[in-house]
Design a protein around this ligand. Structure first.
Ligand SMILES: [Zn+2]
Length: 248
């Protein structure tokens, strides 16, 4: 079946939503049936499933989709190789859930409530492609700035976790507020957004494993003077975090 070419950094969720618009299909379930052969597929924004079935019907390359059009690369370097592979397989499968496999549900940083967007990117997309789309780098937990324009991301009316779980909604310039002035984000927020975007671009197929991460964290602790012998002095690190993040 027809499927639109995915744009750089576009979420697969977004491509599926555009596909429905391009084909002029108003019924969400009709599209799900065509794309997945199953009208009950959940519309998952970050770590979607049923990708083998979708590839079968559309000719998409599943490995390319997972690496470049989902949030998989954001989590993959931080989980052991076995679980990384398990997550990859769960995304291909039609009878598995990805919840819990990325390890992010235990994190204190909360999921964004809404799909977010950068108004400047929207303008550029409309001028360049004639349509807008959801970028992955706007939907990262804890990231509130556009890595390209350094402005604060805005909330769309589309929930990040779907209430109507089978509906794929396209990004739309209609979300833009009447007063579309952009607010600059803080330097720290921009740095975080840029670093997270680098993670999304990682092509690394190997997982470093917990051991190598531990070594890196120990090295960083030494660099900032938070080591005493083999011990890491957490209170020194905590002081540094408070210094750089609690300015108000
Ligand atoms: Zn932007």
């Amino acid at each position: 079946m027809y499927f639109p070419r995915l744009y750089p950094d576009e979420l697969l969720y977004s491509g599926i939503a555009r596909c429905r618009v391009h084909l002029g299909i108003s019924n969400h379930k009709t599209l799900l049936h065509m794309a997945f052969g199953d009208s009950k597929v959940a519309a998952i924004t970050d770590l979607p499933t049923h990708l083998a079935a979708l590839a079968n019907n559309t000719g998409l390359d599943t490995a390319n989709v997972i690496m470049h059009h989902t949030l998989f690369p954001l989590y993959a370097p931080f989980i052991p190789a076995k679980r990384r592979n398990d997550l990859f397989q769960a995304m291909l499968a039609s009878d598995r859930s990805t919840i819990g496999l990325a390890g992010s549900s235990a994190a204190l940083v909360k999921w964004p409530d809404w799909l977010r967007y950068c108004p400047v990117c929207f303008e550029e997309m409309a001028a360049r492609f004639g349509e807008t789309y959801w970028r992955r780098s706007w939907q990262i937990k804890g990231v509130d700035a556009c890595p390209e324009h350094g402005c604060q991301l805005l909330n769309s009316p589309i929930p990040f976790r779907r209430a109507q779980r089978h509906e794929f909604h396209p990004a739309s310039p209609l979300f833009l507020p009447c007063d579309s002035r952009t607010s600059p984000a803080s330097e720290e927020a921009i740095r975080l957004a840029k670093t997270a975007t680098q993670l999304l671009a990682l092509e690394e197929a190997q997982s470093p494993g917990y051991g190598r991460w531990t070594n890196l964290y120990r090295y960083l602790a030494t660099e900032c003077g938070a080591r005493r012998g083999r011990q890491v002095r957490a209170e020194v690190i905590w002081e540094k975090i408070l210094e750089s993040h609690c300015r108000n």
